[in-house]
Design a protein around this ligand. Structure first.
Ligand code: NAD
Length: 432
């Protein structure tokens, strides 16, 4: 496949202890790098490097045995120049203030690349959700909602599910908020179950957008989808939905994996027959046909398209040279490190960035919010049609920048996002 790439000299950022750089540092470096290519006002750039506000709250929880534990929660609000803050809430022991800020920045770019009227936010609680009973998770969620109630709302900041949270968590959040406000307010949160204002098609949306973007990219590089082989790392919400759609559209998915390892069959895998992580965790390793591989081996398969859709930082300076796929489509958030990205760019391997490829999730969250504030439910068919339209429009916007600036796809996506955000800042001016 042909490519539109330019080499870069960026090396992978590392902390002094050799660990990969935290999300905030990576997000700031990516912003700096993108800003160098664009003529961005220095003061606007300085503002975009920082969050507008970060809320830190203490969340006491009465355990089932009557004892009380105290947790820390955050809500980082990065930029709201284009609309209310939007972003996930994660329950994870490794949640930090800075991680929330870095992830909030990515949400700002993701919403802008999709031209959604939202800014970026992220939040969470430092807790291992597996250590809590269902009742404890519910009480923790309700108390956390109360602690951040004054800074969220359908016109202010709209959380969504993320690691360790799910539609049920969002239903509790919506209920806690509504009880305190005295009115049912479904638009305060997205990713809810459809019975309480959630949207049909929200769960499969990030995987669907990965598939749409892959299809458009193949078409752009004149590669018929029927002759395409695909390897997908991670068979969860994103990976399984992307794999199944690509299979349905004629591609041959030759490798899939979960946390325990990968299965590879050059004749193609019947991905519709494998339960996803949510349907049956670790079902991939139960597949009887094909060859067993490690997750690292999967990344190096000679396929047309590689979709890393499990976790971050899997394509690095160490293995980017060994990646043999013609195109990488990022299903997970941040699967390619700075250094890995630079090597792929040098080798002319197009990498379709996460902020575009998996943005179907926040796009259908936007549809959910529209349905909530208008009190009007959309059919699944409408959700899918509108998502298709939005994804193709966003992909085309990024493609135009790739062609106009002769830059990699990630830089082009940042160019689209940043020009929209900086233009909004310039038009609104500085208050007072
Ligand atoms: P998930 O929990 O549904 O599935 C994750 C899958 O990855 C599972 O099959 C799991 O076994 C596998 N996995 C976990 N650790 C692994 C490892 N170290 N190596 C290989 N496989 C591993 O998660 P998901 O919702 O599909 O999210 C996957 C990625 O996509 C994450 O980076 C997430 O942030 C991102 N994402 C998710 C959404 C969403 O709404 N679900 C939206 C945008 C981006």
């Amino acid at each position: 496949m042909a490519s539109h790439h330019r080499s870069t000299s960026t090396s992978e950022p590392r902390c002094s202890d050799g660990e990969p750089e935290p999300a905030l540092e990576t997000a700031r470096r990516q912003l700096d790098r993108a800003a160098q290519r664009l003529d961005i006002d220095e003061t606007i750039l300085e503002r975009l490097k920082r969050p507008k506000k970060v809320h830190e709250v203490t969340v006491p929880l009465e355990r089932d045995d009557g004892s009380v534990d105290v947790f820390t929660g955050y809500r980082a609000q990065h930029d709201s120049v284009r609309g209310p803050y939007k972003g996930g809430l994660r329950y994870h022991p490794d949640v930090t203030r800075d991680e929330c800020v870095g992830l909030a920045m990515w949400m700002t770019w993701k919403c802008a690349v999709m031209d959604l009227p939202f800014g970026g936010a992220k939040g969470g609680i430092i807790v291992d959700p597996k250590s809590l009973s269902d009742d404890e998770r519910e009480r923790l969620t309700r108390r956390f909602t109360q602690e951040i109630r004054e800074v969220i709302g359908p016109n202010a900041d709209i959380p969504a599910p993320d690691m360790g949270t799910d539609p049920e968590t969002m239903a509790w959040l919506m209920d806690a908020y509504s009880m305190q406000e005295g009115e049912t307010t479904p638009g305060v949160v997205t990713g809810k179950p459809p019975s309480v204002g959630g949207s049909y098609g929200r769960e499969e949306a990030p995987g669907r957008s990965v598939a749409i973007v892959t299809r458009e990219t193949l078409d752009y590089y004149d590669h018929p989808i029927e002759e395409t082989t695909v390897a997908v790392q991670g068979f969860g919400s994103v990976g399984a939905n992307a794999a199944r759609l690509l299979d349905e559209w004629g591609a041959s998915v030759v490798a899939v994996s979960d946390v325990n390892g990968a299965v590879y069959d050059p004749d193609g895998i019947d991905v519709a027959a494998i339960p996803s992580h949510d349907e049956e965790p670790e079902a991939v390793t139960g597949v009887t046909r094909g060859t067993r591989l490690s997750n690292d081996d999967l990344l190096e398969l000679d396929v047309d398209v590689l979709v890393p859709a499990a976790v971050g930082n899997v394509i690095t300076e160490e293995n980017a040279d060994a990646v043999r796929a013609d195109v990488v489509v990022e299903g997970a958030n941040g699967p390619t490190t700075f250094g890995g990205d630079a090597i792929l760019a040098k080798r002319g391997v197009p990498v379709i960035p996460d902020i575009l490829a998996n943005a179907g999730g926040v796009t259908v969250s936007y549809f959910e919010w529209l349905q909530d504030i208008n009190r009007r439910k959309w059919s699944l068919e409408r959700v899918q049609e509108e998502l298709e339209t939005e994804m193709v429009a966003a992909w085309n916007g990024v493609r135009e920048e790739v062609e106009r600036r002769d830059v990699p796809w990630r830089d082009a996506a940042y160019a689209v996002a940043l020009s929209r955000i900086t233009e909004a800042h310039e038009m609104r001016g500085l208050w007072p």
